[in-house]
Design a protein around this ligand. Structure first.
Ligand code: SAM
Length: 286
């Protein structure tokens, strides 16, 4: 699939370099450091953002710069947030000549996007450190008003869960949560050999196009997200059993009834529209 990608124009200082030239031997496994070693894959990820010439791009975990060096030559403004205390200064030095590139040494989970990003909507990209994939997603989606496109590489199984549709066994609270904020495309999958060192798992790239559904579904974000988490608390249990800790049985029975749902239904079978109807029923009756 890489063949269809148009070549990227790199800034002069970076031309003729390849990903592998920057690959060092020092790794911090605790920080999820599996660096992209396949330049075509790095290009495919950068291309998945679409045109960025007049956009701000936030990169999460630039590492040794495989994706950073492609975007540095294209984005109007690139802000890359790296936690590693050695990688961040070395990236800063490497991109010092490019005034559109800003390297921030920080934990992405502590970044306040309202302060870091300009008011126009930004794109976000990252080959994520897998140990905090869900936390990063929550952090980005809680600040969704700052973004319109998010391209992330995650573990293949996590990508499948995020993109799953109701009625499938992978569909769960993570799928519902992400799909309440964005439409999800599962773009492509990479084998472990595309990375150095190779992780134990395959990885997939997702594109999230931000389009929150709370208003259309007539739900309030915080309580509805909490309701969803409770509904999926134990996937083997029925929806009613999961929710009975928080709501009276007769309220649940009446709300399921008025939403036209069977009493023994499981959360994974419900569309977001049905889940919203149930939540509205419960809150109205209570
Ligand atoms: N983007 C590079 C690539 O594709 O080769 C590196 C990806 S590597 C999977 C994840 C990167 O995230 C590492 O550079 C790691 O140091 C960085 N990282 C880990 N935890 C982080 C955090 N909490 N905040 C920011 N960066 C983090």
């Amino acid at each position: 699939m890489w063949a269809c990608l148009r070549p990227l124009r790199l800034p002069k200082a970076l031309r003729n370099r390849t990903v592998s030239k920057f690959t060092s031997t020092r790794r911090t496994p605790k920080l999820g450091q599996n660096f992209l070693a396949d330049p075509a894959a790095a290009r495919a990820i950068a291309e998945s953002l679409g045109p960025v010439e007049d956009r701000t791009v936030l990169e999460i975990g630039p590492g040794e710069g495989a994706i950073t060096e492609l975007l540095a030559g294209r984005a109007k403004h690139l802000i890359a947030v790296e936690l590693d205390r050695q990688l961040a200064p070395s990236l800063r030095q490497r991109f010092a000549a490019l005034t559109n590139v800003q390297i921030v040494e920080a934990d992405i989970l502590n970044v306040d996007f309202a302060t870091l990003l300009p008011s126009a909507k930004a794109s976000a990209v990252g080959n994520l450190p897998y140990y905090i994939t869900t936390d990063i997603l929550r952090h980005l989606l809680a600040a969704h008003q700052h973004f319109d496109t998010i391209v992330i590489m995650v573990q293949r199984e996590v990508a499948e869960r995020i993109a799953a549709t109701p009625g499938h066994s992978e569909y769960g609270s993570l799928s519902a949560m992400v799909q309440l904020y964005a439409s999800v495309e599962n773009l492509f999958t990479l084998p472990p050999e595309a990375f150095s060192p190779p992780p134990k798992v395959h990885s997939s790239v997702l594109r999230l196009t931000i389009a929150p559904r709370f208003a259309e579904l007539e739900v309030q974000p915080e309580p509805f997200l909490k309701f969803i988490r409770s509904a999926f608390a134990q996937k083997r249990k029925t929806l009613r059993n999961n929710l009975k800790e928080h709501h009276q049985p007769e309220v649940l029975r009446a709300a399921l009834d008025s939403a036209g749902l069977r009493a023994d239904i499981r959360a994974e079978a419900l569309t977001l529209e049905q889940m919203a109807a149930l939540w509205r029923g419960v809150t109205t009756i209570e």
